[in-house]
Design a protein around this ligand. Structure first.
Ligand code: E4P
Length: 222
């Protein structure tokens, strides 16, 4: 499973890249605003800055909601850098735009997906990635990981090439459950990735190994 980081924060992106396990980045307008990245030119420059930090795909979201606007914005975003993947919302005009981009060879990430039916449409339209938001489903008392299982099953049954990108991940358990479900990618906050490292038995085991090593490296009095 590929690991993407879900942030527009360059420090966090660099930290994840330095771990050596990062495969890409997803952003959205809320994440850009959180970093104080506002205004057309600043936003475009920030996408390029992100692409220069990582080697993998970087999702950049369109703000237009009509077919012509989505196509114009998507083509402009895609021309910024070869790593850019155009993020398109799962709406009627978005669906049409996904098909258009597919024909043009422009890679896409269909976002705001909350049902298997929406994921089926995204695959039929030729989306490169589909982003089911599992945390937001959990928030309304629906099991988000169940949706990942369902989409993976449908895509494998019909051999759709669209990659399942589990999004809205909140915890290390979410990441592991998505891996078990067969997600192609999980896009995660840095904290959830770092939490995967943690286990109390690792900490206590290491402390004991180091203590024993110190004990046996002390000079022995005969
Ligand atoms: C996906 O690409 C989105 O940016 C993201 O995962 C949304 O997560 P949230 O529900 O934590 O905002």
């Amino acid at each position: 499973m590929k690991f993407f980081i879900d942030t527009a924060n360059l420090t966090q992106i660099r930290e994840a890249e330095d771990l050596g396990i990062l495969d890409g980045v997803t952003t959205n307008p809320s994440l850009m605003a959180k970093e104080g990245i506002t205004g057309h030119d600043k936003i475009l420059k920030h996408y390029v800055d992100i692409c220069n930090v990582v080697t993998g795909d970087v999702s950049a979201e369109v703000l237009a909601t009509d077919f012509t606007g989505i196509v114009e914005e998507g083509e402009m975003l895609s021309s910024l850098h070869r790593q850019i993947v155009v993020k398109v919302p799962m709406i009627k005009d978005g669906l049409k735009a996904l098909k258009y981009f597919d024909k043009k060879g422009i890679r896409t990430n269909c976002t705001l997906v909350f049902s298997a039916g929406q994921a089926l449409l995204a695959a039929k339209a030729g989306a490169t990635y589909v982003s089911p938001f599992i945390g937001r489903l959990d928030d309304i008392n629906q099991d988000g990981v169940d949706l990942i299982h369902q989409i993976v099953h449908i895509y494998r049954t019909y051999d759709y090439k669209t990659q399942v990108l589990a999004a809205s991940i909140r915890s290390p358990l979410h990441i592991v459950k998505c891996a078990e479900a067969g997600a192609d990618v999980a896009t995660c906050p840095l904290s959830a990735i770092l939490d995967l490292l943690k286990h109390p038995l690792t900490d206590s085991g290491l402390a004991k190994f180091l203590a024993d090593a110190r004990k046996f490296s002390e000079p022995v009095n005969r």
